[in-house]
Ligand binder design. Structure first.
Ligand SMILES: C[S@@+](CC[C@H](N)C(=O)[O-])C[C@H]1O[C@@H](n2cnc3c(N)ncnc32)[C@H](O)[C@@H]1O
Length: 276
């Protein structure tokens, strides 16, 4: 499936589910019943994969009764993990139609469809009423969105007063311009990284109180070193989502991300904020 939207077109190549099923079989995992662990190398489409999702979930003030929004939910790995971990209801929204289709299919395979659902749409104009979520999170999405102020305002609209927002994003560092392709963009045309400072200011101006603001650069470098060591000793890298989704583009995209992290061009940040 392809899309006229250049961001969605970057992510959707068609045939994703068939490629995923083949990868699961090659891992010795039954595609009909893969479990959260079997899917984890593929359905966590962000830096450090499931490790980063587990850490973000540790920071979530989510309760079982909460309605939680996942912005840019991809093929749904973080949403299924968060719903299972916290017992809450999670709704994902994503621009890329093929990702929504795959996310729904995998969620049925894990029998989580009563608590996890997915909508195809734009995070800048969401089809949800005001104050319809207790909390929201987003993993590695805002670098595709030019209008960060509009994004923060739209999230503010759908959150309850006092609701929480957790962002795990890639920020522009001081080491110079990002090289392309990356996992999120073929070129600077669809890549919009803010600095950490711009992110903080944007959130405050949109009506959030910042509760914590951290960088996970050292964890990212450590994860890269561990992955390299595994591959050099003949194993599979722990995080294979970029290869699954981008195929031939993946090697160059991951090399540019790794060089960007090492050179301080890309800085991973985690932000917990509250809607005032
Ligand atoms: C790098 S992937 C991350 C997916 C998911 N958050 C995860 O960590 O597995 C970025 C995702 O953001 C989605 N995206 C980009 N711009 C968006 C927008 N304006 N509204 C909704 N989703 C968007 C893309 O379709 C893609 O699925």
């Amino acid at each position: 499936m392809t899309s006229a939207d250049p961001v969605a077109a970057h992510y959707a190549r068609g045939g994703l589910l068939a490629r995923l099923d083949a990868a699961l079989r090659a891992d010795g995992v039954d595609p009909a019943h893969p479990g959260i662990e079997g899917l984890a190398p593929y359905d966590q489409f962000h830096g450090r994969g499931i490790e980063a999702t587990e850490e973000l979930a540790d920071l979530m003030p989510a309760r079982a009764a909460d309605r939680v929004l996942d912005l840019g939910s991809g093929i749904g790995g973080p949403a299924r993990y968060v719903a299972t971990r916290h017992g809450c209801r999670v709704t994902g929204i994503d621009l890329t139609p093929e990702f929504g289709d795959v996310a729904r299919d995998l969620t049925r395979r894990l029998d989580l469809q009563d608590r996890v659902d997915f909508v195809t749409g734009d995070a800048l104009a969401m089809p949800f009423p005001d104050a319809s979520f207790d909390g929201a999170y987003s993993m590695n999405v805002s670098m595709n969105i030019a209008g960060k102020d509009a994004l923060y305002r739209e999230i503010h609209r759908v959150l309850e007063p006092g609701g929480w927002l957790l962002l795990s994003e890639l920020a522009q560092g001081e080491g110079g311009e990002v090289e392309y392709p990356t996992p999120w963009a073929m070129s600077a045309e669809t890549s919009f990284l803010s600095t950490a400072q711009q992110t903080r200011r944007g959130l405050e101006e949109a009506g959030y109180e910042i509760v914590r603001f951290d960088s996970s650069l050292s964890q990212a470098l450590d994860f890269a070193a561990r992955s390299r060591a595994l591959v050099e000793s003949g194993g599979k890298p722990p995080h294979r989502a970029v290869m699954l989704i981008h195929g031939e583009l993946a090697a160059a995209a991951m090399r540019n991300t790794s060089r960007g992290l090492n050179a301080g061009r890309i800085v991973p940040i985690e932000v917990l904020a509250r809607r005032r």
